[in-house]
Design a protein around this ligand. Structure first.
Ligand code: KIV
Length: 296
């Protein structure tokens, strides 16, 4: 289905109000689809703001998309804070969520609260996200919420623990594993999370869970039944080599466009076609004569 120009205009009108948590819950109640994307810097923040998305995640996927790591595990809280601050400068209306990276919340409730506070205080995030829904993760979520910071949960394929989950593969494909994910989602809801991400779980499992979850659920590879969908900025715009996971839909091929643009510049420099006179500055003839005399 193509987008009508009026929808684009509505998404970008200056009157669009900042998205609040009550408004997010209202979107779920009304069955209004929630759009979430990741962003990692000022230009991506400006793009998602102009496109009118609802929620922006400074994801630990930035470890791979912008820092070049092979997984999300190595990225540090300090690194993600630099990205989150840049995103904050470019955003006005979407809800901004900072993704707690591996190692920044597992040790204790105190560590989890301290890391979450940094996302809010230093980077201006509205909320944080953490992965997993086992007893420890639910306890961390409860502790952070108790400190006054809203938490988004994340169950199913949780990339920070991909090794323990048997690799980057769909979860919940057996009754037992689906029941494990259901218990985790309910535990996160009971802990007070304002929303949960379901990643890479069977569509039918997500659909069953939707009848039991009262908070907004954002899916990625979880089928159409969830309240909203999230994709990684670089995946949806094709700023990457290779195709990515099955759930990725590519809406542009910016990697190809970037390579073509830089290659055209390189060709122009090598052939002398760039710069042209219009790309340079001039000096008054009198001033030039004077300058030459000063050189002698
Ligand atoms: O880090 C990330 O990009 C994420 C999304 C896939 C939800 O956690």
């Amino acid at each position: 289905m193509s987008t009508h120009p009026s929808q684009i205009a509505a998404a970008t009108t200056p009157e669009r109000l900042p998205l609040t948590l009550p408004r997010l819950a209202e979107m779920k109640r009304r069955g209004e689809p929630i759009v979430m994307v990741t962003a990692y810097d000022f230009p991506s923040a400006r793009a998602v703001e102009a496109a009118g998305v609802d929620v922006v995640l400074v994801g630990d996927s930035g470890a791979m998309t912008v820092l070049g790591h092979p997984s999300t595990v190595p990225v540090t809280l300090d690194e993600l804070l630099v990205l989150a601050k840049a995103v904050r400068r470019g955003l006005r209306t979407p809800l901004l969520v900072g993704d707690l990276p591996f190692g920044s919340y597992e040790v204790s409730d105190e560590q989890a609260i301290a890391s979450a506070v940094r996302f809010v205080k230093e980077a201006g995030c509205d909320a944080v996200k953490l992965e997993g829904g086992g007893p420890a993760a639910a306890a961390r979520a409860r502790a952070i919420i108790g400190a006054g910071i809203p938490v988004m949960g994340h169950v199913g394929l949780t990339p920070q623990s991909a090794t323990a989950l048997g690799g980057y593969r769909a979860q919940g494909r057996s009754a037992q594993d689906a029941a494990r994910i259901a218990a985790q989602a309910l535990a996160l809801q009971a802990a007070g999370c304002f929303s949960i991400v379901f990643e890479a779980i069977p569509s039918q499992v997500a659909e069953e869970l939707m009848t039991r979850i009262e908070i907004p659920v954002i899916g990625i590879g979880a089928g159409p039944a969830t309240d909203g969908q999230v994709l990684v900025f670089h995946d949806l715009l094709g700023i990457r080599e290779g195709l990515g996971a099955r759930f990725v839909k590519r809406y542009a091929d910016l990697q190809e466009a970037m390579v073509a643009g830089v290659a055209a510049f390189a060709a122009d420099v090598r052939s002398g076609a760039y710069p042209e006179p219009r790309h340079g500055y001039s000096i008054d003839r009198e001033q030039l004569r004077d300058f030459r005399q000063r050189l002698t």
